[in-house]
Design a protein around this ligand. Structure first.
Ligand SMILES: O=P(O)(O)OC[C@H]1O[C@](O)(COP(=O)(O)O)[C@@H](O)[C@@H]1O
Ligand SMILES: [Mg+2]
Ligand SMILES: [Mg+2]
Length: 322
């Protein structure tokens, strides 16, 4: 089994990017340890604060954010970071080559029930001619990502990573503290009979999504003429991991619960990195209007509709919007 650095060198990843990835992973090992300590860690409750998006922050959101911020900004490789838990981008080294966006703790509502949570990150190169404190550094489409990944703090701690040469899985060897390559070139089968969506929002979806999901639920009695299974982990990291491992379609569609907030998932640190991983595994990742990674961002916290996973099933879903 290979350690992560030699595996990345084989994929011709530049040495400074390998160093940055290792820096990010150092923070995930610390979080993995704290998550593993559970209620003994003293960081599982809620804070009294809200983040910029009006969501109550959990202590672990805050601790994880601080760890990532400190470790990436101190590395010297990073010009600026943006995070779900930071109002705006945070400046690092003026000469840093890279910018990093992250969701330090994804699936916050799962923390207190000892269920799946994770960290999502996305790395781009900093454009020339902008200072480190300029949030416009981040206004690049997902196609500009040079690396994307997530770490899942599950029964084992796993990393899914892409640098544009396939999507690979690594598992944290907790005895030696190293991420080991455990599956190279993960592929999502084009066909599936499994879907993931928060069904409780059904009445708020647009008509095409209602029609698509109705036909899945109708199973062998409906137009699809076969039964579909449903799963919902309520942490995008967990749901996307399942899609990468055994296929499926995952969607968080637009809804009209709150007219000012039609979408839930965030483009820069949820949808884009997951799209890069899914596309590198042969899947599709789109909104009802087009490829997620081609969206030109206007705000670091912007939200986006997400439909991703098995190629044929995502195309089938899109056909309802035509
Ligand atoms: O509350 P819902 O509708 O089940 O939403 C679950 C979704 O919210 C998220 O937990 C949002 O992420 P955060 O925990 O980082 O805010 C996604 O990971 C997940 O897919
Ligand atoms: Mg999240
Ligand atoms: Mg989060």
């Amino acid at each position: 089994m290979q350690r992560i650095a030699p595996a990345l060198r084989e994929d011709n990843v530049p040495l400074d990017l390998i160093s940055l990835i290792k820096t990010i992973l150092a923070a995930t090992k610390e979080i993995s340890f704290r998550v593993g300590q559970g209620q003994l860690s003293g960081v599982l409750g809620s804070t009294l604060d809200e983040n910029i998006q009006g969501e109550v922050q959990k202590q672990l959101d805050v601790v994880a954010n601080q760890l990532f911020k400190d470790i990436t900004l101190e590395s010297g490789f990073v010009k600026a970071i943006s995070s779900e838990e930071e109002d705006t981008s945070v400046a690092g080294n003026e000469d840093g080559k890279y910018i990093v966006s992250f969701d330090p703790l994804d699936g916050s509502s799962n923390i207190e029930i000892n269920s799946l949570i994770g960290t999502i990150f996305s790395i781009m190169e900093a454009p020339e001619g902008m200072s480190a404190d300029n949030p416009d550094l981040f206004k690049q489409p997902g196609t500009a990502q040079v690396c994307a990944g997530y770490v899942l703090y599950g029964p084992s701690t796993m990393l899914a990573l892409t640098t544009g040469a396939g999507t690979h899985f690594y598992t944290l060897d907790k005895t030696h503290g190293s991420y080991m390559l455990t599956e190279r070139n993960v592929k999502i089968a084009a066909e599936t009979s499994e879907f993931a969506i928060n069904m409780s929002n059904q009445r708020f979806w647009q008509a095409p999504m209602q029609g698509y999901i109705n036909d899945l639920v109708a199973g062998s009695d409906g137009p699809r003429e076969r039964n579909f299974n449903m799963r919902w982990i309520a942490a995008m990291v967990g749901d996307v991991h399942r899609v990468l491992v055994r296929g499926g379609i995952f969607t968080y569609p637009a809804d009209n619960r709150n007219p000012n907030k039609p979408n839930k998932l965030r483009l820069m640190y949820e949808a884009n990195p997951m799209s890069f991983l899914v596309e590198q595994a042969g899947g599709l990742s789109v909104t009802s209007e087009g490829r997620i990674m081609e969206i030109q961002p206007t705000d670091i916290h912007q939200r986006v509709e997400v439909i991703l996973g098995a190629k044929n099933e995502v195309e089938k879903c899109l056909s309802y919007y035509k």
